[in-house]
Design a protein around this ligand. Structure first.
Ligand SMILES: Nc1ncnc2c1ncn2[C@@H]1O[C@H](COP(=O)(O)OP(=O)(O)OP(=O)(O)O)[C@@H](O)[C@H]1O
Length: 281
């Protein structure tokens, strides 16, 4: 129950003014728009993530969800609009510079090195962050071995949290898809993000596996004190675990609100279920 537990603030921006971020939000976008040739993939999306909440992003195929994630995480450059992390304008920053500021994400395809062990994958993820961050240049320094030991200890802690420490020294070759997805989330958590962005984490999972994965997200929100943004087509699970939901359709925000409001929003029901539908059930 967050989005700061207050009504949505008036974010209207005076004409010609450069939009400013609101530092109460971990993540915020204002007016994000992007075109690919003749396709207007996003047409001005405003979005917010408050501390300690799970935010769902729904929308039919081609609505612009992945493109939106790419704009937020720095893998695509919007033609218009701004992205803010904790009130700081990061629109011009590279993906790794956004990681340092607390943004971690997964991709639709599992983004791990399958010939590496699980522990090695977590260390690689962490090295990517450190190599660009405050600790740049630390490897090769006399104290690097101590740091390396500390990284391993922390990586093992993350694996223990996810209940997969027994897999630390196994390569990922041949692992079931659901387990790979969990390993990928653990690898992103190894970089200690404040905001975890998950792109279709439930795709390819059996219903019980998806429910279990979502239960774990609730535990992560409550015990690790992070916010999670999740795109997924599995509407019932997204509505079950999200504190707040944004629905995209044809690159625009069709609706936003708490899960119950979205479930019974006729415009959302029509976008998903066809003309005449009034709820998502
Ligand atoms: N690199 C690109 N070049 C051209 N068009 C693109 C590109 N990326 C996305 N699009 C188009 O932008 C629109 C939004 O695509 P996007 O993949 O973001 O939707 P989505 O909501 O994530 O869809 P899905 O649920 O099927 O993954 C689509 O019309 C898509 O064809």
């Amino acid at each position: 129950m967050t989005q700061l537990d207050t009504p949505v603030p008036d974010t209207a921006t005076p004409p010609l003014a450069i939009p400013k971020g609101d530092s109460r939000y971990l993540l915020e976008t204002k007016g994000i728009a992007i075109r690919f040739g003749g396709v207007q993939a996003l047409g001005g999306v405003d979005f917010r993530v408050a501390p300690n909440e799970i935010v769902g992003v729904l929308g039919p195929n081609g609505a612009g969800k992945t493109t939106f994630f790419n704009c937020v995480s720095g893998f695509a450059s919007p033609n218009e609009g701004r992205v803010f992390i904790k009130g700081e304008d990061v629109t011009a920053l590279r993906p790794d510079e956004r990681v340092i500021r607390g943004l971690g994400r997964t991709f639709q395809q599992v983004g791990l090195i399958r010939s590496f062990t699980l522990l090695e994958n977590l260390l690689v993820a962490h090295h990517h962050k450190v190599a660009y961050g405050d600790g740049a240049g630390m490897f090769g320094m006399p104290w690097a071995r101590r740091e390396e030991r500390e990284l391993r200890r922390r990586a093992m802690e993350v694996l223990e949290f996810f209940g997969i420490a027994h897999l630390a020294h196994r390569t990922l070759d041949g692992m079931p898809y659901g387990m790979l997805k969990l390993c990928e989330v653990a690898a992103v958590m190894a970089v200690d993000p404040d905001i975890l962005m998950l792109d279709e984490p439930l795709a390819g999972m059996a219903p019980e596996e998806a429910a279990e994965f979502c239960d774990r997200l609730l535990v992560m929100r409550d015990q690790l004190n992070i916010s999670i943004v999740m795109i997924d087509h599995h509407v019932p699970q997204v509505l079950r675990v999200s504190d707040y939901v944004f629905v995209l359709s044809f690159g625009k925000l069709l609706a936003e609100g708490r899960a119950e409001e979205i479930r019974t929003n006729p415009a959302v029901a029509e976008a998903y279920m066809g003309e005449g539908a009034t709820t998502l059930d």
